[in-house]
Ligand binder design. Structure first.
Ligand code: NDP
Length: 323
């Protein structure tokens, strides 16, 4: 057994601010579980925290999800026992061990490994939020999906297409375009092309009902220009940087568009919502509608390299960190 440690930052900046630091885990308080982590999911939001785009108080341990084996439970925890295999969303999961509220945790269904769980938990729930909560996807809808083979995209594309949505994917390379098709996209556009013009050509001039846009700054205009009147611009990420401020007239001149900027955490604010979301996600996994897609693994104390890879657009599917 190695020493307990965390990957901590004392300043914001590049990937090198993440430093391995010995740290014993906090003993579980009332309502908490203590987990020996075996897998941690990398999420793009970790890079926003590290770089300072989303403010954090320092020192800070990034990491928003993990999985492992319950080692101890605090008072008032009835749903978990020592030895359970669990996955959870929480704060500060870049660590060998995690202590946090049992309310954010789920027992792993039989057959779902810990690495697979962190490949689909936060990213899969984001896809659930986009398809069922922000705007209910319906058969016959047309959707533009950006970053279709990334962590979120590799769940969103097959799930949307299983719901009968016609998916037009936008990605950066011919290799990723092939992967997007294999995931269920009917059409793929390269982001270096004139995306809105291509969308009009593919839809007989009509445009799409919705653009699921995680790219942000560099994709905003193309998303808006690709929509049908009364279509939905769902801008849910900033991979290329935050979207510039936008005047409401930009929505009206294109035909009463809807714009929303959702955050998963506002959709998981009650126990009932968390249970419903997890049940939809685990159901979609069980039926084979979606599958964990692990593109690469990194040892946790090399997480700076993982940040460089995801920020460079070099990752495929989900990235798993092994403590
Ligand atoms: P991804 O695995 O999707 O990685 C980001 C992808 O974005 C890249 O692979 C690349 O795909 C694309 N991209 C386009 N432009 C750039 C650029 N300039 N720099 C880097 N990447 C670029 O990451 P995640 O699955 O972890 O997250 C996807 C997005 O979803 C992020 O923006 C994240 O913030 C957002 N998100 C939002 C949530 C919410 O609640 N609102 C929750 C979870 C995630 P390609 O090569 O195909 O263009």
């Amino acid at each position: 057994m190695g020493e307990a440690y965390v990957m901590e930052m004392t300043e914001t900046g590049g990937p090198d601010v993440l430093v391995r630091t010995p740290r014993d885990p906090r003993a579980p308080g009332p309502g908490d579980i203590l987990v020996k982590q075996t897998a941690i999911g990398l999420n793009y939001i970790d890079t926003y925290h590290r770089a300072g785009l989303y403010p954090v108080s320092l020192p800070f341990i990034p990491g928003a999800e993990g999985a492992g084996i319950v080692e101890a439970i605090g008072d008032d925890v009835d749903d978990f026992a020592v030895g359970d295999r669990v996955c959870y969303m929480g704060n500060g999961t870049y660590a060998s061990d995690y202590t946090g509220p049992a309310t954010g945790a789920f027992k792993l269904p039989q057959g779902l490994g810990e690495e697979e769980a962190v490949a689909v938990l936060l990213k899969g729930l984001t896809a659930w939020m986009l398809l069922f909560e922000v705007r209910r996807a319906a058969p016959g809808d047309t959707a533009l999906i950006w970053a279709p083979v990334g962590g979120v995209g590799s769940v969103l594309v097959p799930w949307a297409s299983a719901l009968g949505v016609e998916v037009i994917a936008v990605t950066s390379s011919a290799d990723k375009a092939e992967r997007a098709k294999a995931l269920g996209a009917q059409h793929v556009i390269l982001s270096s092309d004139d995306v809105a013009a291509q969308v009009r050509a593919l839809t007989g001039g009509a445009g799409v009902d919705v653009s699921y846009d995680s790219v942000g700054k560099s994709s905003a205009r193309a998303s808006l220009d690709s929509l049908k009147p009364r279509g939905w611009w769902v801008t849910y990420g900033n991979a290329s940087g935050p979207v510039e401020p936008l005047a409401p007239t930009e929505l009206v001149i294109r035909g009463s568009l809807n714009m929303t900027r959702p955050s998963l955490f506002s959709f998981l604010d009650t126990d009932a919502a968390r249970r419903a979301a997890a049940s939809a996600l685990f159901g979609a996994l069980r039926s084979g509608t979606i599958k964990p897609y692990i593109g690469q693994r990194f040892v946790l104390d090399q997480v700076g390299d993982a940040h460089r890879a995801i920020e460079g657009g070099k990752t495929i599917g989900s990235t798993v960190l092994i403590p």
